[in-house]
Write a protein that binds this ligand. Structure first.
Ligand code: PMV
Length: 322
C-alpha cells in the first residue's frame, strides 16, 4: 500500500506573542527544524502511531473528545480526528510514523507534526487540500489539544518563510525578507505554553485597563517591526525587540535566566534581544550585525545559553519522496 511522507518546519516567534492570542498581529519565521510524518492505510480499525514507542488507539476512541490521549501523540491523533470529522467518509485504519530532531527547544514541533500529518493524510486519501484547508484542519487539531492558541505556529508550519499573522489566520501575509540577522539561544525547558497563556488570561481578566493598552502597544510594535524588516533596518528592529521584551516582562512571562542571556547579548553589542514564545524558558533571540555576531554568541553562551542554529525563513509544509 502507498506510503506518503510530508514534512513541516518549526517556528520562531519574532514579535507579538501573547498579544496575538487577543486579536493583535504577530511576526513569525519558520525554522528548519523539520518534523516528518509518514502515513499508510492498514487493515484494522486502529490508528497506530510510532513516536517514542508504539501507540495503538481505536478509531472510536480517537473521535471521542472525552478520551484522554497520551501526551506524546496527542497532536498526531488530534490531526487524524480533525480530518475524520471533516471528511465523514474516511474511517480506515492508519499507521503513522513521525520523526524529528531529538530535542526541539520549544520551536514548534507540535504544530509541525500536526501540519505534516494532515498534509500526508490529505495526499493518502486524495483530498487535494489547499494550504488554507491544511491550516484550518491543523488549527482545529491544535485547539482541540490546547484549548487556546492563536495558530501562529500552525501558519508558520503551513506557509513557511517569515509571515505577518493575525489571530486565527484572519490574515497571513508573507514578508519578503531574505536574511534575518538573528541568533537563537535556548535557555532551558519551560513548564508549558498553556500555563503561561493562563497566567496572562488571569492578568487580563483582573487588570484589563493595564494589559489591554500593553497589547495595543505590542500590536504597534509589530506594525513598525514589519516596516523596518521590509527595508532591512535591523538596528531599528533590534530596538523594537528591546521594547517588546520590556512589555513581556511587565505581564510576568520573563525569567531570570532569559533576562541574563538577553542582557549578555545586548552587552556584547546586539542591537536588541527578546524572549520568543510563551516565555518562562525555551528560546530567546538576539539581533546583531555580522561584525558582532561572534562576541554576541560567546556572551550568550557565557550566560548559560545553548546556541541553536537552524535555518530561518524555512520552506513550509511539503511532500517528501519515499
Ligand atoms: O510557547 P510557544 O513558543 O508555543 O509560543 C506561544 C505563543 C503565544 O502567543 C503565547 C500563544 C499563541 O498561541 O500565540
Amino acid at each position: 500500500m502507498a506510503l506518503i511522507t510530508a514534512s513541516a518546519p518549526g517556528k520562531l516567534m519574532l514579535f507579538g506573542e501573547h498579544a496575538v492570542v487577543y486579536n493583535r498581529p504577530c511576526i513569525v519565521t519558520a525554522v528548519g527544524l523539520r518534523i516528518f510524518s509518514t502515513v499508510e492505510e492498514i487493515e484494522t480499525n486502529n490508528i497506530e502511531v510510532e513516536t517514542n514507542g508504539l501507540h495503538i488507539i481505536s478509531i472510536d476512541e480517537i473521535l471521542d473528545p472525552t478520551h484522554m490521549q497520551a501526551k506524546d501523540v496527542s497532536f498526531v491523533l488530534a490531526a487524524v480526528a480533525s480530518l475524520f470529522r471533516k471528511y465523514g467518509g474516511i474511517r480506515t485504519g492508519i499507521r503513522i510514523i513521525t520523526k524529528g530532531p531529538e530535542q526541539s527547544y520549544g520551536l514548534g514541533s507540535s504544530s509541525a507534526v500536526t501540519v505534516a500529518t494532515i498534509k500526508a493524510l490529505g495526499d493518502l486519501f486524495g483530498l487535494k487540500l489547499s494550504l488554507t484547508d491544511i491550516f484550518d484542519l491543523s488549527y482545529q487539531a491544535v485547539l482541540a489539544v490546547q484549548g487556546k492558541a492563536s495558530g501562529f505556529d500552525v501558519a508558520a508550519a503551513v506557509y513557511g518563510g517569515t509571515i505577518y499573522y493575525l489571530t486565527g489566520g484572519k490574515r497571513v501575509e508573507p514578508l519578503n525578507v531574505e536574511t534575518l540577522p538573528v541568533i537563537i539561544g535556548y535557555s532551558g525547558q519551560k513548564v508549558s505554553t498553556i500555563g503561561y497563556i493562563n497566567v496572562v488570561q488571569s492578568l487580563i481578566q483582573r487588570l484589563p485597563w493595564a494589559v489591554n493598552p500593553i497589547f495595543d502597544l505590542i500590536g504597534e510594535i509589530v506594525e513598525s517591526a514589519k516596516r523596518y524588516m521590509l527595508v532591512g533596518d535591523w538596528q531599528a528592529v533590534g530596538e523594537l525587540a528591546n521594547i517588546n521584551q520590556g512589555l513581556l516582562e511587565s505581564i510576568g512571562v520573563n525569567t531570570d535566566q532569559l533576562s541574563k542571556i538577553i542582557f549578555a547579548a545586548r552587552g556584547a553589542g546586539a542591537w536588541g534581544a527578546k524572549l520568543s514564545g510563551a516565555g518562562g524558558g525555551d528560546c530567546m533571540f538576539a539581533i546583531c550585525d555580522n561584525h558582532t555576531s561572534d562576541q554576541v554568541m560567546n556572551a550568550m553562551e557565557q550566560a548559560g545559553s545553548k546556541i541553536i542554529s537552524f535555518k530561518l525563513n524555512a520552506e513550509g509544509v511539503q511532500l517528501e519522496n519515499n
